[in-house]
Design a protein around this ligand. Structure first.
Ligand code: GSH
Length: 218
């Protein structure tokens, strides 16, 4: 039995989509467990026993927790190869893991610097500097994803949506909060417009009640 601890709009959307893709390819279902971050549910002793980092996502497999998106995607791909979450050729797979690791260890923490600026600097001026630099770096990262997205046909690894597509969605959606208009990254936006119509992605979006609507002009 698979369970996913997730929070709407958070990076847990990545394994959420992977689990929906597995469900559609194999029929294997999962139990979604909503974690209310604004209520601190990820800091309770029960939750910290699942993930001592106090973060979503957590995948629970037969009662045992697994943390970290990169490890979760690798595990799900090995256990459910029919879902085609990652390439099978060793070199292509290593390249795919390299991209996923970069999204997780570089692009995602750049957004964290913008979103949780208080973790990184004290005082208004210092925080404004951190935010400004983080927003500019985040934009550069999204431009790199846009270049990669030009090969998506229709998705990152072909016909089925994967972890990479879901991370690309999450990062562009977060970009809206930093003032990045998705329309300013037209190839990326077109790819996302295709992605949200894919049934596994649509199911995860509906459960989380999110859309690519975070950018507010002006
Ligand atoms: N490297 C971690 C990142 C997880 C992470 O940053 N989760 C965020 C949501 S996107 C979180 O739970 N934040 C809660 C908090 O900072 O209080 C992973 O891959 O699981």
């Amino acid at each position: 039995m698979l369970e996913l601890y997730f929070a709407p709009g958070a990076c847990s959307f990545v394994p959420h989509v992977a689990l929906e893709a597995i469900k559609s390819a194999t029929g294997e279902d999962f139990k979604p467990n909503l974690v209310k971050l604004h209520k601190g549910e990820h800091k309770t002793p029960e939750y910290l026993a699942l993930n001592p980092n106090g973060q979503v996502p957590v995948l629970v497999v037969d009662g045992k927790p697994l943390n970290q998106i990169v490890a979760i995607c690798d595990f799900l791909d090995r256990r459910y190869p029919k879902a085609g979450l990652l390439p099978t050729d060793p070199w292509a797979r290593a390249q795919a893991m390299s991209q996923l690791a970069w999204m997780n260890n570089t692009v995602h923490p750049t957004f964290t610097r913008w979103f949780r600026t208080g973790y990184f600097a004290e005082g208004e001026a210092a925080q404004a500097d951190v935010k400004k630099l983080a927003a500019a770096q985040f934009r550069q990262h999204l431009e790199r994803i846009q270049e990669w997205s030009k090969a998506a046909a229709p998705f990152w690894f072909g016909a089925r949506p994967s972890c990479h597509d879901a991370y690309a969605f999450t990062l562009l959606r977060w970009g809206g909060y930093t003032g990045i208009d998705p329309a300013s990254l037209p190839a990326y936006k077109t790819y996302m417009d295709r992605l949200v119509q894919s049934p596994p992605v649509a199911a995860a979006l509906e459960r989380e009640r999110i859309k690519l609507d975070t950018y507010k002009p002006g």
